[in-house]
Design a binder for this molecule. Structure first.
Ligand SMILES: Nc1ncnc2c1ncn2[C@@H]1O[C@H](COP(=O)(O)OP(=O)(O)OP(=O)(O)O)[C@@H](O)[C@H]1O
Length: 246
């Protein structure tokens, strides 16, 4: 018998609205993240992408709408329960402990305490610098290496959904290329990925599907390939010019 869960999206947002204190930030966010592959969440600055990720993780509470993960309604669950259910979240500001070694950072991220050696070897193949600096304080790493460490921390244990907020922010083009390789490698695994990204080259290099937000709403959903081919739509939705493709 075919597995009924295979066709079910890993994540589904339906009409999500979020208030932060007196401010009405999300006005209706609806999109799905298909199982396997990478979904890009794009939009201009201030469109509400980070607020959407934080709402999925229960760091902000949706005032209306639903967040369905793996068929279960997680809208009202607390953040620890959401993480426990199998979602890893890498926020924008590189979640590493600068005073601890790279090894200690990784051990803390392994929820069971012990790191699976085979998985660590796989992580080292993707991020060789982490092996080189294993016993060094994370504070000595470059910005790109810290970003790699924060992604590595999120994947040291198998997760069903990996959510990453702007992994290339502030990184040099060569490092962005490394990041593209990393996400392509991750695509070969079971994990589904939701990625916020301003770098359109990265978005079209790794994205399978896309949701575009503007002013707290989803204004477009579809395949990344279709958006990558349609420059007028990019201009309309994202204000991108040809320069974004260089
Ligand atoms: N804690 C907060 N209190 C009040 N307003 C907030 C708060 N956090 C975000 N906002 C506002 O909500 C809107 C959406 O912000 P958000 O960070 O979600 O956008 P974004 O699409 O991730 O933008 P960026 O690409 O600049 O990170 C913005 O107008 C922002 O000023």
């Amino acid at each position: 018998m075919p597995d009924a869960t295979a066709a079910q999206p890993i994540l589904q947002l339906q009409g999500v609205q979020t208030h932060i204190g007196p401010y009405h930030i999300l006005h209706g966010v609806s999109f799905t993240v298909p199982r396997g592959g990478v979904t890009m969440l794009l939009g201009r600055n201030g469109a509400g992408k980070t607020t959407t990720l934080r709402t999925i993780m229960g760091l902000w509470q949706a005032s209306t709408g639903t967040v369905i993960f793996n068929g279960a309604d997680i809208t009202r669950r607390g953040t620890p329960a959401i993480a426990q259910a199998g979602i890893a979240y890498v926020p924008e500001n590189m979640s590493v402990f600068s005073d601890l070694t790279v090894a200690e950072n990784m051990r803390l991220a392994a929820r069971t305490g012990a790191i699976d050696e085979r998985r660590l070897d796989w992580v080292f193949r993707m991020f060789p610098a982490l092996k080189t600096f294993w016993h060094q304080r994370a504070g000595v790493l470059s910005g790109g290496q810290k970003q790699m460490l924060s992604v590595a921390r999120a994947i040291i244990e198998p997760r069903q959904l990996l959510i990453v907020d702007e992994p290339t922010k502030g990184l040099a083009p060569a490092i962005i290329q490394n990041m593209i390789h990393v996400f392509r490698e991750l695509k070969q695994t079971e994990v589904s990925i939701l990625l916020v990204e301003q770098n359109f080259h990265m978005a079209k290099s790794v994205g399978d599907t896309v949701a575009v937000m503007d002013d707290g709403r989803t204004v477009h959903t579809g395949t990344m390939a279709a958006l990558a081919e349609d420059e007028r739509l990019q201009q309309q939705l994202l204000g991108l010019s040809l320069a974004a493709h260089q």
